[in-house]
Every structure is written in C-alpha cells, then in structure tokens.
Design a protein around this ligand. Structure first.
Ligand code: HEC
Length: 172
C-alpha cells in the first residue's frame, strides 16, 4: 500500500515537473513534440512520397499523387492532426488511423456514409502522438515559410544532399 502510494507520488511529481519544464530551463513540451514529429517525417512516415521532403507539394515518388504544399497550409494544429489521422474525403490524402471511418471519429462520418469518397488507408499506422508531433513540426518548420531554400533543405536533410544544391540560396 505504501509502495503503491509512493509510486503514485512519483508519477505526480514527474507530471508536475513536466508541466513546469520551461521554468526549469528545459525546452517547452511542444518543441519536444516538434522534434519527435521531425523524426516521424524523416524516418517513419511516407508523407514525402507525395508532399516532398520539404513539404512543397513536389512528390519524391514520381508515381505518387501530388500532395498539398504544406508550406502554404492555413490549418490549425487540431485540423492538421485530423487530416493526418483521417485523410481528406474525396482526395488522394490517405488516412493513417487504421480505425478511421469505422465509427464517427473522423469528421463525424463513417465509411457507409462516405462510400467512394472514403479516403484510402495508408499501409502505415500513426497514433495521435505521431500526428500531434507531425502537426507541430509542420507548423514550426514549413507553414508560412515560403518556397524552400537550399539552407532549409540542408538543415533538414544534411550537408552534401544533391537536391539541396539545386535549390536557390536564401542569401545570395
Ligand atoms: C499518397 C499521397 C499522400 C501521402 C502519402 C500523404 N499525403 Fe497529405 N495530401 C495528399 C494530397 C493529394 C493532399 C491534397 C488533398 C486536397 O486536395 O485537399 C494532401 C493534403 C494534406 C494536408 C492538408 C493541407 C492543407 O492545408 O489543406 C495535410 C496537412 C497533409 N496532407 C499532411 C500529410 C502528412 C503529415 C503525411 C504523412 C503522415 C501525408 N500528408 C501523407 C497526398 C498524400
């Protein structure tokens, strides 16, 4: 019993420390989520096939449909999360929540209601945490940033990447 309580106590203080992280000089929680989202973008999800590594809507996979230019997105974090988990009905944006449209979780709509407009299922599965990370990364690194420069490209993909050399430099 005492053991149980102290475990709860440890959990509570860990939660409190996380909530107060910024006062202790650590990065705020959303920055950690954006860094996690960056990892998901680079090495776990196939968003770049259609959206391009720099999210400018230039597919990396020539057979893939052309994704939206996420650098121009005006969606909020919640809307980004929903589009990622649910896809977008009637378009080529697939859903990454395998249970999307089995109940009303996505836009309040089911597969029965949407019929042919039901988005395709990605063969990848993303959780809410993945989607929040991706949304925060998109907002931090892409949204409103204008066309990608070679510096943006190098910051994301590393030095010596041939595709980065082909992009215009931010500072001539
Ligand atoms: C098979 C191709 C494909 C893949 C893979 C894909 N997308 Fe998309 N995505 C699209 C297309 C096409 C659209 C445009 C939909 C439309 O016409 O509104 C889109 C739209 C979006 C939008 C809406 C943008 C806006 O401002 O309206 C977001 C956000 C998005 N995708 C994020 C992602 C993320 C993040 C991933 C990876 C987890 C991903 N997409 C994977 C094809 C894809």
């Amino acid at each position: 019993m005492v053991k149980g309580l102290s475990f709860v106590g440890r959990l509570a203080s860990a939660g409190l420390l996380a909530a107060l992280g910024w006062t202790l000089g650590q990065a705020p929680a959303y920055a950690q989520d954006a860094a996690f989202g960056r990892d998901v973008w680079l090495s776990q999800a196939n968003c770049a096939d259609c959206h391009g590594w720099l999210a400018d809507g230039q597919p990396e996979d020539p057979r893939a449909p052309r994704g939206a230019n996420l650098r121009d997105t005006v969606l909020t974090e919640e809307q980004l999360v929903e589009v990622i988990l649910c896809g977008r009905p009637g378009t080529g944006m697939p859903h990454f929540d395998p249970r999307a449209y089995t109940d009303a979780r996505c836009y309040g709509l089911t597969r029965e209601q949407l019929g042919d407009a039901t988005p395709g299922a990605s063969d990848q599965t993303l959780t809410n945490r993945h989607a929040v990370g991706l949304a925060r990364f998109i907002l931090a690194d892409f949204a409103g940033k204008g066309p990608p420069t070679s510096e943006d490209c190098t910051a994301l993909l590393g030095e010596g990447n041939a595709r980065c050399a082909a992009l215009p430099r931010a500072t001539p």
